[in-house]
Design a protein around this ligand. Structure first.
Ligand code: HMG
Length: 428
């Protein structure tokens, strides 16, 4: 077991990338091959990476694939996914192929900034005074970013809540701002810091937190589509009636409504697709995940982010309603060369186009998983695509990989042991 000597990493951030790699290599006794891996530059150069995060020693490439067949608001898309998991792209592409196309709606890009006040003599009195000065405060906010205001963004409202906490009464001031095509964290946090003294003077309170909220309930996107019983029946080559598939999907959906244990995986299935496109476009997937799951619990019970029902035709309607705090300006999308390329592949003009794509991908991903579970079971499709990975893990090389994968699928035994046996037979 290699023991790290933390002294060797003192002042690590002041070293060059090369020096950091050497220190790591010496401390961890890296092999030549491992050192070469670290030193190998990808499409994200070390120079750019070194400006994006701290203590850079290399980059961590992920597979980048395209989901196909998507028609969103009557526009055709191929959608870049950055993800390590097999079958996610196939599933999204299949769901899009089986759909009638996605129609979306977007809220304004309104983000919430929170300012926390403590040491209040009389919280009700303070709340009243802040609200009496709302217009004055919002005028102060406008001065912070006149360009944003010029392009239609800027402050929209100020809300004040009194919170009873074990540490006494607090006030939460919510500043609502249209942040334009940015995710908005920098703009909001700057605005909050600028108006703190004004609000402290008015309220007599003392600030603690001044920070954006990731529960972006005023910045949601809805997407909706129909999957017809005919297309569903075709998708399983007639082995199951379309009506029956729809009934089983509705049973599965209500199961997720009824228990958080299923609901967590239901929503994870949605985020499989959402995170892949969020990462591929250089956005903050932690912010998206936090906002999505917080919104899923917002009405008091952790619930599905999608909903399904039958229309008068007996076809399946799917809808998603989800907060999406995304940026087309300001974040890594302007710095990371592949994120820029992916934005070009999507032909993005404004951030709400990206939100429409991502919400539709989440709905498609969720439907695909439910369709698979409700019909053939998740493993048949998933393992069909995973078989190649298993073959490689078992030691298959070059053309053996396809042969071993095919043989395992025929045998319906996709596992390492079977793969090793098939490799032995092939080599004999
Ligand atoms: P299938 O019916 O065997 O597919 O399903 P197919 O061979 O008939 O092809 C249909 C379409 O799927 C194709 O159309 C492609 O669009 C796409 P075509 O181009 O032939 O006209 N497709 C592919 N795209 C790229 N590469 C491929 C490929 N194969 C098909 N190799 C399929 C196969 C995997 C699509 C299906 O079984 C499926 O959708 N499975 C669901 C898999 C899934 O959801 N994976 C996500 C990871 S599992 C998870 O973590 C989420 C979960 O836990 C969430 C939850 O519990 O709700 C399940």
């Amino acid at each position: 077991m290699i023991k790290i000597n933390k002294k060797s990493f003192e002042g690590y951030y002041k070293k060059s990338i090369k020096e950091r790699q050497e220190i790591l290599s010496k401390e961890l006794l890296l092999t030549n091959e491992e050192q070469k891996l670290l030193e190998k530059e990808s499409s994200l150069s070390f120079d750019i990476a070194d400006r994006m995060i701290e203590n850079v020693i290399g980059t961590f490439p992920l597979p980048l694939g395209l989901a196909t067949n998507f028609v969103i608001d009557e526009k055709e898309y191929v959608i870049p996914f950055a993800i390590e998991e097999p079958s996610v792209i196939a599933a999204a592409s299949n769901a899009a192929k089986l759909s009638n196309g996605f129609i979306t709606e977007n809220d304004e890009q309104i983000m919430i900034g929170q300012l926390q006040l403590i040491n209040l003599e009389n919280a009700c009195e303070s709340k009243k005074k802040i609200l009496e000065n709302k217009e004055k405060i919002l005028k102060e906010v406008e001065k912070v970013d006149p360009i944003l205001v010029k392009f239609g963004g800027g402050p929209r409202d100020l809300k004040v809540n009194i919170l009873d906490t074990p540490r006494g009464k607090m006030i939460e001031v919510q500043l609502l701002v249209n942040v334009g095509d940015a995710m908005g964290a920098n703009a909001i946090n700057t605005m909050l810091e600028k108006i703190t003294s004004v609000i402290e003077e008015i309220s007599g309170g003392k600030h603690v937190a001044r920070i954006i909220s990731n529960l972006a309930i005023y910045r949601r996107t809805q997407s909706k589509t129909i999957w017809t019983k005919e297309k569903l029946e075709e998708s399983v080559k007639g082995t199951m009636k379309g009506e029956e598939i729809i009934e089983r999907i509705l049973d599965l959906y209500e199961f997720a409504v009824a228990t958080p244990f299923r609901c967590a995986t239901h929503n994870k299935g949605i985020m499989n697709g959402i995170d892949s496109v969020v990462i591929a476009t250089g956005n903050d997937f932690r912010a998206i995940e936090a906002g999505a799951h917080a919104y899923a619990s917002y009405k008091g019970k952790y619930s599905p982010l999608t909903k399904y029902y039958k229309n008068s035709n007996g076809d399946l309607v799917g809808e998603i309603d989800i907060p999406l705090a995304l940026g087309l300006v300001g974040g890594a999308i302007k710095v990371h060369p592949i994120a820029k390329l992916n934005a070009k592949i999507l032909g993005l003009k404004k951030v709400q186009d990206l939100a429409s794509v991502i919400a539709s991908v989440g709905l498609a991903q969720n439907f695909a998983a439910m369709r698979a579970i409700a019909t053939t079971g998740i493993q048949s499709g998933h393992m069909k695509l995973h078989a190649k990975n298993i073959a490689v893990q078992a030691g298959a090389i070059k053309e053996e990989i396809e042969l071993v994968a095919q043989k395992m699928i025929e045998l319906k035994e996709v596992n390492q042991l079977t793969a090793e046996k098939i490799i032995e037979e092939i080599r004999e």
